[in-house]
Design a protein around this ligand. Sequence first.
Ligand SMILES: NC(=O)c1ccc[n+]([C@@H]2O[C@H](COP(=O)([O-])OP(=O)(O)OC[C@H]3O[C@@H](n4cnc5c(N)ncnc54)[C@H](OP(=O)(O)O)[C@@H]3O)[C@@H](O)[C@H]2O)c1
Length: 339
Amino acid sequence: MNFEKYMLRAISLADTYKYTAKPNPVVGALLLKGEKIISEGAHKRFGENHAEINAISLAKKQLGNTFNSFTELTLICTLEPCNHSGKTGPCSQAIIDSGIKKVIIGSMDPNPKVSGKGIERLIQNGIDVEIGLCKELVKKQNKFFFFKHENTRPYLTIKIAASSDWKSHKNDDENIWITSKESRQDVQMVRAQYDAILTGGNTVKNDNPRMNARVNFEVNQPKKILLSNRDNFNELESNFFKDAKVQILKERNIEKIIEGFKVSDICSILVEAGPRLVNAFLLTDLVDELIIYQSCNELGPDGVAWFSEDNAIENFGFKLESSYKIMTDTKYIYKNVKK
Ligand SMILES: NC(=O)c1ccc[n+]([C@@H]2O[C@H](COP(=O)([O-])OP(=O)(O)OC[C@H]3O[C@@H](n4cnc5c(N)ncnc54)[C@H](OP(=O)(O)O)[C@@H]3O)[C@@H](O)[C@H]2O)c1
């Protein structure tokens, strides 16, 4: 029997929860009797049941009606069932306890601490396991999760807004929007995808930004990281401190800062800062992606330049991947090709 269409169904089911499962991976599961879908499950929210548990629980309600024993069923699961007790019990044990005899898995879990262990336990308990169906799609839909475990650090993206003459902001204290309302709306969608947003002390002091994801759907809000040596933030008045816990780091060395996230559950970080901090990040070689929203208006001589030289982006090792218009602005996406 060809299980591909069922795996694709489980992948699309998983995708529905990409804004609420993060920083966990999205996972979908189906239970099949022959070609009939008995139940479906997904990992809906961080901290809640895993997909396999939801599919099994739902199927239990139909036991004796649409099927007589779990031994008749095949479990389709996009990611390897876990073998550890985290926020929920081990899925491998729940599968064994249910009596399921066949499991089709999209991809192994990339986390070296868990990778292969769930599969091993299933096999040891006499379950027939097949691995790798639509693996690349599962990896793609969990890009940040796989990146984190394969590179032992979070995926790093810098997002900046630039005027047509490549300026970041005005030299005086005047706060102005560089890009259009539509571009700023697009930024909200970008923020919603990331596990954390990082900025610096000057930006929080000068701009008083909220830096949350203001979208019209449910989202597990990004955590906030502030790099600053100052102790004088008025946390009650500063917007940055509202609606999410802020991790303040006094460390100046970017490599050490990123190394510090090796053991955290943060798989992706969006850097939204001014020229000093952005250039400090770009100098490290740790930045994977650069998103630029460029307006068609100049800031002129009063503006502070993003970069000190022409072709800075290419010289930092980035190559343009795509660009498109958002009203009168242009959005550019660059990828680091040096690595
Ligand atoms: N156009 C845009 O997309 C955009 C985005 C964000 C901000 N901005 C503008 O940028 C201006 C501020 O730019 P900025 O770059 O001076 O401020 P920033 O974004 O706050 O970054 C610099 C600050 O980061 C902290 N920091 C920690 N480690 C650092 C390191 N290794 N290298 C450099 N800084 C480090 C320091 O904070 P402490 O001094 O507190 O220790 C430093 O003052 C704002 O006024 C804002 O208007 C523009």
